[in-house]
Design a protein around this ligand. Structure first.
Ligand code: HEC
Length: 126
C-alpha cells in the first residue's frame, strides 16, 4: 500500500516536472501568449492550418528543439521561421517543444503489437 502511494507521488512529480508550464526560467503566461502567434499557421495544438505549413503536433521533443534552435540561429533558412524564433531563450524553446510534442497528431502512426497498422495509419502505408 505504502509502496504504491510512493510510486503514485513519484509519477505525479514526474508529470509536473515534464509539464511545459513548469520549465524553469519560463513565464507560462507569456509563453501561452506567444504560442497564439504560432497558432495562425500551425494551429492551436500544432496541426497545420494550410498545406504550406507543417504539422508539428506529436513530433519528438528533441527534433522540435533542434528545428527551432536552427531557425533562431539562422542555420535553417526560412524567412518566416527565422523571424518567428527570434528572441526565444533555450528554456522557452524547450517548453514549446514539450507542448507541441504532447499534442495528439493526425500523422501519428499507431502500430499494434503484432505489427499491424490501425486505420489511422492508412495514408502512410500506401
Ligand atoms: C506565418 C506562418 C508561421 C508562423 C506564425 C509560425 N510558423 Fe513555424 N513554420 C512555418 C513554415 C512555413 C514552416 C516550414 C519552414 C521550412 O520550410 O523550413 C515552419 C516550420 C516550423 C517548425 C519545423 C517543423 C518541421 O517539421 O521541421 C517548427 C518546430 C515551427 N515552425 C514552430 C513554430 C513555432 C513554435 C511558432 C510560434 C513561435 C511558429 N512556428 C510560428 C510557418 C509559421
Amino acid at each position: 500500500m505504502r509502496r504504491s502511494a510512493t510510486l503514485a507521488l513519484l509519477l505525479l512529480g514526474l508529470l509536473v516536472a515534464c509539464s511545459p508550464d513548469n520549465t524553469p526560467g519560463v513565464d507560462k503566461q507569456d509563453l501561452a501568449g506567444r504560442r497564439a502567434a504560432c497558432a495562425a499557421c500551425h494551429g492551436k495544438t500544432g496541426i497545420a492550418q494550410a498545406p504550406s505549413f507543417p504539422t508539428i503536433a506529436g513530433q519528438p521533443t528533441e527534433y522540435l528543439v533542434r528545428a527551432m534552435t536552427a531557425y533562431r540561429e539562422g542555420r535553417r533558412d526560412n524567412a518566416i521561421m527565422n523571424g518567428q524564433m527570434r528572441g526565444f531563450t533555450d528554456a522557452e524553446i524547450q517548453a514549446l517543444a514539450i507542448y507541441y510534442h504532447q499534442q495528439s497528431s493526425p500523422l501519428a502512426r499507431h502500430i499494434e503489437p503484432d505489427g499491424a497498422h490501425t486505420a489511422n495509419d492508412q495514408g502512410a502505408t500506401q
